[in-house]
Design a protein around this ligand. Structure first.
Ligand code: NAP
Ligand code: F7E
Length: 320
């Protein structure tokens, strides 16, 4: 029988790739979108005729219940969040509402309308923050370093708590940074690849960055949404780290991107102290042994290939 999936955050980077994956696997795909005076569905424009969209917002309990009642999903992927760490200091309480308490709202709506559905929560490596051990696993204690990380830690534990309190099939994926040509322009990899392409084409002349020494375990979003789906295919709900196990610096990202564009870094890149965060996460490296062993999941795209493909995509985008 055709299975039904419901995705919050379907207009985001991950939501759009996950919708494609689920359609390919024969699902009836529903997504939640929030009202805006200008409709911005660029990432799912090519899927518009194949997915059903429901108006809703993580701030609005009624809309969550109504959308789930109408959909009666087998699987729910809660990807919606205020996902940009830097802005979480500017809008700390709104971030807590979206990315923290919003998880309780949707879990309550699940309990009320479809308690047998399988639920996925988009948890984050930002919860490890000022890391307690290297590499980070499912058992590493959290020490978040931003209002975003704190909100995600709440979302993570409320998911665990509803699994243990009410027997919901609720799973939390602790995903390390993952990028793609659909990544928002404000995140560092895409900011770098877009600028490398734009400088190459003579559209802009500088790239200003903050902390070049920060290191992240960066993977490809397409590989990571597959892990989300794999987690919900298990009869046992659980928590999984999804990562590549290799960290690179922002500086290395710049070097690869500018090399791909055929540009010399020193001519174009400047540091800007206004882009330094009140508290940064210096290094994240994940250990995805549990996912390898229990899900059979493997990252397929390495960092260098990822950054090069993103530069090529930005060059193509800007020459359209
Ligand atoms: P993204 O591109 O920023 O997408 C976020 C999505 O959430 C968008 O569809 C956005 O809708 C929606 N949204 C935001 N606030 C909402 C609200 N109040 N009600 C309903 N929808 C709302 O993020 P992403 O990179 O795809 O990430 C997906 C999820 O994984 C997020 O929860 C993020 O925090 C988490 N995560 C991401 C990474 C990563 O490296 N990408 C790593 C770990 C965890 P609009 O289009 O209307 O803005
Ligand atoms: O920053 C440094 C910055 O904004 C990465 C989100 O998807 O992954 C993401 O959060 C690093 C930081 O991602 C600039 O200080 C330097 O150390 O690309 P980012 P993030 O903060 O790691 C986690 C796992 C999530 O869950 C989040 O939703 O790069 N950096 N210069 C810069 N960062 C930005 N954005 N812009 C700069 O100019």
């Amino acid at each position: 029988m055709k299975r039904t999936a419901f995705i919050t955050g379907i207009t985001g980077q991950d939501g759009s790739y996950l919708a494609e994956l689920l359609l390919d696997r024969g699902y009836d795909v529903h997504g939640m979108v929030r009202r805006s005076s200008v409709e911005r569905f660029d990432r799912i424009e090519h899927l518009r005729g194949r997915v059903t969209l429901h108006q809703g917002d993580l701030l609005d309990q009624r809309s969550l219940g109504d959308a789930l009642r109408a959909t009666q999903p087998d699987e729910i992927y809660n990807l919606a969040a205020m996902s940009f760490v830097a802005v979480s200091w500017v809008q700390p309480t709104l971030t807590a509402e979206f990315s923290g308490v919003g998880v309780t709202r949707i879990l309550e709506a699940v309990r009320e309308t479809c308690p047998d559905a399988r639920f996925y929560q988009a948890s984050s490596s930002e919860m490890f923050g000022k890391v307690r051990e290297v590499p980070q696993t499912e058992l590493t204690p959290f020490y978040p370093r931003s209002p975003y990380g704190v909100a995600k830690a709440y979302g993570h534990f409320i998911t665990v708590n509803y699994r243990e309190s009410y027997g919901l099939h609720a799973t939390s994926g602790i995903l390390f940074n993952h990028e793609s040509p659909r990544r928002g322009l404000e995140f560092v990899t895409r900011k770098i690849t877009w600028h490398a392409a734009a400088i190459k084409l003579g559209l802009v002349d500088k790239l200003r960055l903050g902390n070049l020494d920060a290191e992240r375990d960066w993977g490809y979003a397409k590989d990571y949404v597959e892990a989300m789906w794999m987690m919900l295919q298990r009869d046992q709900p659980d928590d999984f780290v999804i990562a590549t196990g290799v960290a690179h610096s922002v500086r290395e990202c710049v070097e690869i991107a500018f090399d791909q564009a055929g540009l010399a870094v020193n001519d174009y890149v400047e540091t800007d102290s206004s882009l330094i965060r009140p508290a940064d996460v210096e290094q994240l490296i994940g250990d995805c042994t549990k996912a390898r062993e229990l899900l059979g999941w493997e990252p397929r795209t390495n960092f260098e290939a990822l950054i090069r493909l993103m530069v090529d995509a930005d060059l193509a985008l800007l020459t359209q």
